[in-house]
Design a protein around this ligand. Sequence first.
Ligand SMILES: [Zn+2]
Length: 70
Amino acid sequence: MAQLGLNARPAPPRTRRVPSAALARMGVKVLNRYGLLLECAQCGTRWAPRLIAGWHRPAGYWRCPNRCNW
Ligand SMILES: [Zn+2]
């Protein structure tokens, strides 16, 4: 795993809206809109793509680590 925390950036002035309705359709719940904490509706796994990829969200950031909705 990459080191987290020391290199974490502070929140940007603008936060893009998380399309929670679209995520819900893919079986993902948004637990924390600003922190972008996601939870899989199927297996309950939680992950935070913001911590993984910074504020540049990778394609498929909404995917469950267990591949429930791939
Ligand atoms: Zn899952």
